[in-house]
Every structure is written in C-alpha cells, then in structure tokens.
Design a protein around this ligand. Structure first.
Ligand code: FA5
Length: 340
C-alpha cells in the first residue's frame, strides 16, 4: 500500500517537473513533496503502523525516492536558472548605435572664475589666501584703517550699519588689521570676499566682491607695487591691455593710486558703461600708512607695506565683456549658461 502511494508520488512529481516552466512552480512542488506536512513526510510517519520486519525496507525505499526527486529538482532548477539568465541577457542587450542622452554640465559663475584666476596668480607670486568676516566691526572696517568716527573720508563709502559698532564690511581692507595683528612680518596675503555699499548703477552694485592684497616687508616701495600690479593685470587680461595709474587718496595708504583698464564694452572709445571715459576703475592701492602699521602692532620704522583692493565684479565684466554689473546677480540661467 505505502509502496503504491510512493510510486504515485514519484510519478506525479516527475510528470509535473517535466511541465514546470519557472522556479516559483518548482518551489511549490518542493513544499508539497518534502515540506513539514508534505507527501513524503506523511508517508514516513505511516512506517510505524507496518510490521517491524517491513519497516527498514519501506524506509529505505522512501529515502531512495526522496534522493531521486531531489536530484531531478536540482537538474530542473539548474536548467531553469540558466534559461532565465539567457533570456535576461537577450532582452537587456545594449544598442550601442542609439544616440546618448545629453548630460547638462554646470559652469563656474563669472565672479568665482575671476576669484580662482586672480588667487592662482597671487599664489604663484608667493601670497597666502585668507578670509575675514562679512559682518564686521566699525574698528576693523574703519578705525584701524585710519578712518576715525565722524571723519569726512567715511563718506567715500556709503556703508550699511547694523548697529553703531557693527556693519556689513564696505571693503576687504578690513582684513588688513586683523592679519597684521596676527602675523609677524615679512608676509604676503590676499583676501577675496563679498563687500557691501549703498551704490547702484551699471558698474556699481550694493553687493560686490573685492580682493585685498597686503605685503609687509623691510624694503617695499611704490615701484614694487606698480610692477607687481602690472604683471598681475597683464597675466589676467593679456599683454596688450591698456592700464592707467592715477594718483588718488585713501586714508590708509600714502601715497595712494587708482588703476583703470580699458572699458570692456567700447574698448576705449567711450560709452554709457564707462560714462564716456573709455576706461573702467578697477582697483585702489598704495603704500600702507605708517599709522595703520603702528595701530596693528607693526614697527613702522623697520617695516613698510603696500596694499591693493581689486573690484572683482568689474574684473569679471572686463574678462567676459559684461556691460551691466546687475547681470552678475540676476541668477538668469540664459545669461549664466554663456560661460560654460
Ligand atoms: C577701496 O575699497 C579700498 N579699500 C581699496 C584699497 C585697498 C586701496 C588697499 C588702497 C589699499 P574703492 O572704494 O575705490 O577702494 O573700491 C575698490 C574697487 O572696488 C573699485 O575700484 C571698484 O572696482 C570696486 N567697487 C567699489 N564699489 C563698488 C560697487 N558698489 N560695485 C562694484 N564694484 C565696486
């Protein structure tokens, strides 16, 4: 009786295995035949009802069928797995003749590009790059730069005050005193960063960027400053750029100069961008006033310094022929995508 049932279980399973087409259905057969309440398990439980002398023989036969079916199942599983893999490979074939998808690549903002270019040139000349706070004290922005409270020269910069003592820095010169207090001469530093003033027209923005440079050493002169600025500007704008040095006034440098370059819009002819002058004012510079050195704890008998403050927005305008400074702050993708 058990032997007949065993034969039927074996034949049925073999028949089903022949027809099975996926791994999921094989699993169902496995559970039905070998599972805890499966057919072979139920048969094995019936052995104890048989006469003792028949039990070993029937037990061995059930075991033979178990091994036989397990092998058949493994063979079929191997076959189906291989078939599934082949199907997958055939269906997922890559068509290398199909055109690729466009990858949209961003670009550096013109201001960041200028910061990178200028700092790279300065680093190659031996300068270290430093940073300073945008929210600054009146002391570092003005007083330590020899601009006392109520002094008329404060009117040169229309400043955004937060309180009487705290302001949005109007010039990166504010980092000069901070660095002079920290460092021992000789040293050369540059500081790029945002600055703020109540200004607005085609070449003035309320938020703009400057790059401050400061060199303190025993023998520095106006000749060193002019030759260094000339090399810097020619490396940045090209050998044939027109550069003009003009005498000027800053309370923290004596003597002081301003430096202009040819207008990006009209190339020197005169237009609304340069207010008809053909030139754009790019930076202020000069020999550091000995009073400023002394206020920051540097012996002005032994050391001298020169400093310069580049307008980075104007530099970007010249390099990229931008005729209105406002374009740099509009975040208009049509404008920005030109600089890829
Ligand atoms: C100064 O800010 C001085 N601190 C520069 C300096 C540094 C002089 C070290 C001596 C020694 P000035 O106010 O001229 O100087 O500004 C310097 C440059 O910043 C200008 O030449 C111009 O290129 C730029 N700039 C000034 N105001 C604005 C503005 N509102 N928008 C865009 N650029 C500006």
């Amino acid at each position: 009786m058990i032997i007949d049932e065993l034969k039927k279980i074996k034949d049925d399973a073999v028949g089903e295995l022949e027809k099975v087409e996926n791994l999921k259905d094989i699993n169902e057969i496995k559970v039905r035949v070998f599972g805890k309440s499966g057919l072979l398990t139920a048969l094995s439980k019936g052995i104890k009802e048989l006469p003792i002398d028949q039990r070993p023989l029937v037990g061995a036969k059930i075991n033979d069928v178990r091994i036989f079916l397990q092998e058949k199942i493994s063979e079929k599983e191997f076959f189906l797995e291989k078939q599934e893999l082949e199907n997958k490979l055939a269906n997922e074939k890559i068509d290398i003749t199909e055109p690729g998808k466009d990858v949209i690549v961003g670009a550096l903002h013109p201001i960041n590009d200028v910061i990178d270019k200028l700092t790279d040139i300065c680093v190659s000349m031996g300068f270290s790059v430093v940073e300073g706070p945008e929210i600054e004290s009146d002391y570092y922005n003005f007083e330590a730069m020899n601009i006392p409270k109520n002094h008329p020269s404060r009117d040169m910069q229309d400043t955004f005050f937060i309180t009487d003592e705290i302001l949005l820095r109007s010039q990166t010169s504010a980092v000069q005193a901070r660095e002079m207090e920290k460092r021992k001469p000789p040293f050369k530093i540059v500081c790029p960063g945002k600055t703020y003033r109540n200004d607005s027209d085609a070449t003035h923005s309320p938020i703009f960027n400057q790059l401050e440079g400061l060199v303190v050493d025993e023998n520095v002169s106006m000749a060193d400053l002019k030759s260094m600025l000339t090399i810097l500007m020619k490396r940045l704008f090209g050998e044939d750029t027109a550069i003009r040095f003009r005498p000027s006034f800053f309370p923290f440098t004596e003597p002081s100069i301003e430096v202009d370059v040819s207008c990006p819009n009209c190339h020197g002819k005169g237009c609304s961008t340069c207010k008809g002058t053909g030139m754009l004012e790019l930076l202020g510079a000069g020999i550091v006033n000995p009073k400023v050195l002394e206020m920051s704890g540097i012996n002005s008998k032994k050391y001298k310094g020169f400093a310069f403050g580049f307008g980075l927005d104007r530099t970007a305008m010249i390099l990229d022929s931008i005729n209105n400074i406002k374009n740099l702050y509009r975040n208009d993708i049509r404008f920005l995508s030109q600089f890829k």
